[in-house]
Design a protein around this ligand. Structure first.
Ligand code: ZN
Length: 169
């Protein structure tokens, strides 16, 4: 199953269900420029035609699959799943047109296996970054380390107790 919809300034949306994956491709043609982003989500097989809603901050795709109900938020620079959608019935629904799956997704094929992996790495990196930030803010308050040998210095030390290097504090 594959569908397409025109999202105005967002570009042309194409969605497809391949195996357990929902593939989403958003492409925009600006004069002299072709922009496209695609994402793939592990949703399970679609049970019915997905529904597309237009919200203030973007579009939400509601998918009913063998696994669960999935909601995917489509914004101009990001496509992401969301846990609990707003009251979608309050928003206008956009027509999805059935398309031939191969025509829209075949050229993107070589890139698609990378997408879920790359997104996984990004979120892991973000997790590490926030962790190390927390550590840094803690250590800068209570602890100091020698820039020469890395030994921990006591609060108020002017010189490293290990190597004698002058501590800048
Ligand atoms: Zn030292």
């Amino acid at each position: 199953m594959a569908y397409s919809a025109n999202l105005g300034s967002y570009g042309q949306l194409a969605i497809a269900n391949r195996e357990e994956q929902t593939q989403i491709n958003l492409s925009m043609s600006i004069p002299g420029q072709q922009q496209s982003q695609s994402s793939s989500f592990s949703t399970g097989k679609w049970l019915s035609k997905p529904k597309l809603f237009q919200l203030k901050q973007g579009f939400v795709l509601a998918i009913n699959t063998t696994q669960n109900s999935h909601y995917i938020l489509i914004q101009q620079n990001s496509i992401s799943t969301i846990e609990s959608p707003p009251e979608l019935n309050r928003y206008p629904q956009i027509d999805l047109t059935a398309i031939a799956q191969e025509s829209n997704f075949a050229p993107m094929q070589p890139m698609q296996p990378m997408q879920p992996l790359r997104m996984g790495n990004m979120s892991m990196q973000m997790g590490n970054m926030s962790m190390s930030l927390n550590n840094q803010s803690k250590t800068s308050i209570s602890k100091q380390f020698c820039s020469q040998c890395g030994k921990e210095a006591q609060l108020g030390d002017r010189f490293c107790r290990s190597c004698g290097h002058e501590l800048n504090n």
